[in-house]
Each structure stands twice: as structure tokens, then as C-alpha cells.
Ligand binder design. Structure first.
Ligand SMILES: [Zn+2]
Length: 246
């Protein structure tokens, strides 16, 4: 038991801490993004368990992937999650993934709605729209980690390999998309026995480097210790994500 004042203090302390944390985040975001922050941020975190350090977020991703690989995944409570996420979001990670239908980041990391901010494009490369989306995740949603996720047997990267080795051409905007990945192919061409696998890994590394090189927002967040950028390759046969060494 406690007296009424002490009870009030105890009950309000976590809420106040969350509010203060969000106020700090809001101030940082507002300085850079203006009204974006107002539209996106809740008064309290809808998923307090998602407020993680970059290292803890990486651990959470890989623990989720281990559950997915083993087939022992969590049961998700969609009804209560829906209520919690009605007024905001605070995902613990952003993922830049290929659009391939066999790659499903929420499944691959045994995560729920509101956990991952996923940006997808065939070939998981960085362009202006991808970068803007991920900058939003960093500066407004305060995600502590960005994972660039390639995968083996990637058709988009394979198409770039065929442009580089067989002068292949593709119709419509497909050719333009594919040639965006040519620099990654050229870096490893002639240096490996498996050009596709090497190009897939190099393409992930190039995307990681481009995220940092092309964004002052991402550079600042990294420098402040608020953000990590990591890369990995999803294995279609097992579901395992192998992280690339940075
Ligand atoms: Zn792909």
C-alpha cells in the first residue's frame, strides 16, 4: 500500500520518462523536419519495448531470425497491437529489402506490425525515394538501426550481371533499374568464381555505403551513436540471414 501522493508519483513516473524522451526526440526531429514530426509522433511510445540501442536492435533482429529459422515463432496479438498502433509508431529497425516475393522481412525477423519500417525496391539499392524514406525513419521515428537486406538468387542483381557479362537489355524501366546495380557487379567481376553471389554481397555493401555517403541525416545519427547501418543476405533455402562484416 502507499499514500495517494506516492501512488500518483509511482504511477506517473514511467509515463513521464516516456514523455520526456519523446519530447527530446520531437525537438530533434522538429528542428530538421518541421511538421513531419507533429504528424508522426505519439505522446507516448506505442511499443515501449522497441526503444532499443543500436546494438540491442541488432540482437533483437537476429534473435527473431533465429526463431523464424527454427520454426518456433511468436504468436502475434493483432487486436491489441492494432489499438496500440492507432496513434503512432516507433519501429525498432528500418529494413531496405529487395521486392522479391520470397523475402518477407516481418516473417524473417519474427516481428509484428509497428516493429519494422520496411522500404523495398527490386535489388535493394539506394535511390532518392528510398533515401528519403529511410531518413524519415531515422529523424522522425528514431530507428536505431538500418539493415540492408539482400538475398541469394536475386533476379535483379542477376539481371545486372547479365548486362555486365552478356550485354543483356531489358524493356521499359527495367533496364534503368538494373543498370543502377552495375557498379557493384563491376567491382567484383573477374575476382570471383561465383559472380552472382559476390555481386549480391557487393550490392548490399554499396547500398550501406551510399546510405551514409548521400545523407547528412544518417551521417549525423551515426556520429551521435544513435544509429547503426548493417547489411545481410537472406538465404532462401533456410531463411537464415547472414550478416556481412562491416
Ligand atoms: Zn532480389
Amino acid at each position: 500500500m502507499c499514500d495517494s501522493q506516492a501512488c500518483t508519483t509511482m504511477a506517473s513516473a514511467p509515463t513521464r520518462r516516456l514523455f520526456l524522451r519523446m519530447s527530446g526526440a520531437s525537438a530533434f526531429a522538429a528542428a530538421l523536419t518541421g511538421n513531419l514530426a507533429v504528424a508522426a509522433e505519439p505522446i507516448v511510445l506505442p511499443k515501449p519495448q522497441n526503444a532499443l540501442s543500436p546494438d540491442a536492435a541488432a540482437t533483437s533482429l537476429m534473435e527473431g531470425n533465429a526463431r523464424y529459422v527454427s520454426g518456433v515463432t511468436r504468436r502475434h496479438d493483432f487486436v491489441h497491437e492494432r489499438e496500440a498502433l492507432n496513434n503512432g509508431q516507433n519501429p525498432f529497425a528500418a529494413v531496405l529489402s529487395c521486392a522479391d516475393s520470397r523475402i518477407a522481412p516481418e516473417y524473417a525477423f519474427d516481428s509484428a506490425r509497428g516493429d519494422l519500417f520496411v522500404t523495398r525496391v527490386a535489388g535493394n539499392f539506394v535511390n532518392g525515394d528510398v533515401l528519403g524514406s529511410l531518413e524519415y525513419a531515422v529523424v522522425v521515428l528514431n530507428v536505431p538501426i538500418i539493415l540492408v537486406l539482400g538475398h541469394d538468387r536475386c533476379g535483379a542483381v542477376d539481371a545486372a550481371v547479365k548486362v555486365a557479362t552478356k550485354e543483356a537489355t531489358y524493356p521499359g524501366m527495367i533496364h534503368s533499374l538494373v543498370t543502377t546495380m552495375l557498379p557493384a557487379v563491376e567491382k567484383v567481376k573477374g575476382k570471383t568464381t561465383n559472380l552472382l553471389d559476390a555481386a549480391i554481397a557487393q550490392n548490399v555493401r554499396d547500398s550501406m555505403a551510399n546510405l551514409v555517403a548521400q545523407s547528412a541525416i544518417i551521417q549525423e545519427a551515426k556520429k551521435a551513436g544513435k544509429l547503426k547501418v548493417i547489411g545481410g543476405v537472406y538465404r532462401l533455402s533456410t531463411g537464415k540471414v547472414d550478416l556481412l562484416e562491416s
